[in-house]
Write a protein that binds this ligand. Sequence first.
Ligand code: 5GP
Ligand code: ZN
Length: 113
Amino acid sequence: MTDCLFCKIIRGELPSRKVYEDEDVVAFWDIAPLAPVHVLTIPKKHIQSAMELGDEDGELLAKLHHGIREVARATGIAESGFRIISNVGFDGQQTVPHLHFHVIGGRELDWNA
Ligand code: 5GP
Ligand code: ZN
């Protein structure tokens, strides 16, 4: 059992506002949203960051992007557009060491979000 924050959310040990879930992927609202829509899409498998992805994770990445499209449709930003961000490591300011894709939209974004 890992005490990773997002693994705890996946296991239901911490609450979250889920937007989408399937066998391999879960998406939930960010606790500190930067825009009207800010959802985190994550693999249920614990992977620390994009640097830890392997060649065998191609199918999982496709499923994560499927999840992102479902999030965009469910939150009403599929047509207006949005940004997908995955921070990696210290300089990337990754604060939770479990791979996640920020899906941010609902207003016109500038490059600083
Ligand atoms: P990072 O900084 O690693 O790219 O993104 C981590 C994100 O997780 C941040 O946007 C932060 O607001 C969010 N976050 C941190 N703790 C929690 C939590 O307990 N629940 C939810 N829903 N989001 C969290
Ligand atoms: Zn984890």
